[in-house]
Design a binder for this molecule. Structure first.
Ligand code: ZN
Length: 283
C-alpha cells in the first residue's frame, strides 16, 4: 500500500499553541500505522486509550507512530496531541477504515499443533515488544528481509484445521529456500537471538523510536545480541525450525509493540495462489 499525499494543517490548539500537524496516510485502516509529524508543543499522541511518544527529530520537529491494531473496530476516533504535562493541545477526528482482512485455514499436524513455547519464550518476546527506545536507527524505505514473494499475508484471520483460533496472522510469511540469508528491514540493534520451540531460530531487532522487527524459523544465526546491524548485514538463514512445515521466513513489524502491516512500509508481492492442498506455514 502506498502512502497517500500528506496533508498539512496549521491551527491554534486548545491552549492557543500554534501547531503544524502532518498525518499520513490520509486514510488509515485497521492494521496500519498513522505517522504523526508535529511542529509545536505536543510531546505525546493518544488514540482510543493508546498513548505514544512524539520523539524530537534532527530538524526540531516531533515525530511519532500510532499503530492501529488489526482488531481495532473500524469507526471514528479522536487523535489527541498532548503537552509535556498531559494537557490536550490539539484534537482531530480520525476515521479508521476497514481493511477487510480475509480468513485462512491452516492444515497442521497434531505434532506441530501440540508444540508448547520454550520456558521464557513468550515473556522474552513480550518484554521486547514493550520496549520503546529513544534512539532512531531506522529510515525509510524499509527493505524486505529476503527477496521471495508472500505465501501468507498480514492480518489474515486464522483457522487451524477448520477451527477458528480468534487470532490473526501478525506478520507475513515470505518464501525462501533453506539457507537464504535474512537481512534486517532497516538499521537497528539486535535484541534477541534464541532457539525456541514455537518460533524456532529467532532474531529480533530494535530499530528505535517504536519500530521493531522479529524473524522466525531460522536454521542458523549470523548475528549476536547487542550487535548494531544495517540492511546489508545478515541476521541468519531461512529454515523451518519451530512451528513451521517448510522453509520460509515469518517476520513481523511492531510499531510501539503492536503488529502492523509491513506492506505499508515496503513493496511486498503476494505469491501466485497456491494449490488448495498446499500446506501453508503455521506461524
Ligand atoms: Zn507466519
Amino acid at each position: 500500500m502506498r502512502w497517500l499525499v500528506a496533508f498539512l494543517t496549521i491551527g491554534l490548539g486548545a491552549q492557543g499553541f500554534e501547531l503544524a500537524v502532518e498525518l499520513t496516510p490520509e486514510h488509515v485502516h485497521n492494521g496500519e500505522t498513522l505517522k504523526i509529524a508535529v511542529h509545536g508543543a505536543a510531546r505525546k499522541a493518544r488514540l482510543d486509550r493508546r498513548t505514544v511518544e512524539l520523539f524530537l527529530q534532527e530538524d526540531g520537529s516531533r515525530f511519532g507512530l500510532m499503530p492501529i491494531p488489526v482488531l481495532e473496530k473500524p469507526d471514528m476516533y479522536r487523535l489527541e496531541l498532548l503537552s509535556e504535562n498531559g494537557t490536550i493541545v490539539d484534537s482531530r477526528p480520525i476515521r479508521v477504515e476497514n481493511a477487510h482482512y480475509p480468513k485462512q485455514n491452516i492444515v497442521i499436524s497434531r505434532k506441530i499443533a501440540s508444540l508448547k513455547p520454550s520456558p521464557g519464550e513468550q515473556e522474552t518476546v513480550g518484554a521486547f515488544r514493550k520496549t520503546v527506545s529513544p534512539v532512531r536507527y531506522w529510515r525509510e524505505p524499509f527493505e524486505p528481509p529476503v527477496p521471495g514473494c508472500l505465501t501468507s499475508l498480514f492480518g489474515v484471520g486464522r483457522l487451524h484445521n477448520g477451527r477458528p483460533t480468534g487470532d490473526y496472522h501478525a506478520g507475513v510469511d515470505q518464501r525462501g529456500a533453506a539457507g537464504t540469508p535474512i537481512h534486517p528491514i532497516a538499521a537497528g540493534v539486535v535484541k534477541i537471538v534464541q532457539k525456541w520451540n514455537l518460533r524456532g531460530g529467532t532474531v529480533a531487532v530494535d530499530h528505535g523510536q517504536g519500530i521493531e522487527s522479529i524473524y522466525l524459523h531460522m536454521e542458523r544465526f549470523a548475528a549476536k545480541e547487542g550487535e548494531h546491524v544495517t540492511t546489508s548485514d545478515v541476521l541468519g538463514y531461512v529454515g523451518s525450525t519451530g512451528r513451521s512445515t517448510g522453509p520460509h521466513v515469518h517476520w513481523s513489524l511492531y510499531v510501539n509493540g503492536v503488529p502492523v502491516n509491513p506492506g505499508q512500509w515496503m513493496k511486498l508481492e503476494a505469491c501466485p495462489a497456491a494449490p488448495k492442498r498446499h500446506r501453508r506455514k503455521a506461524k
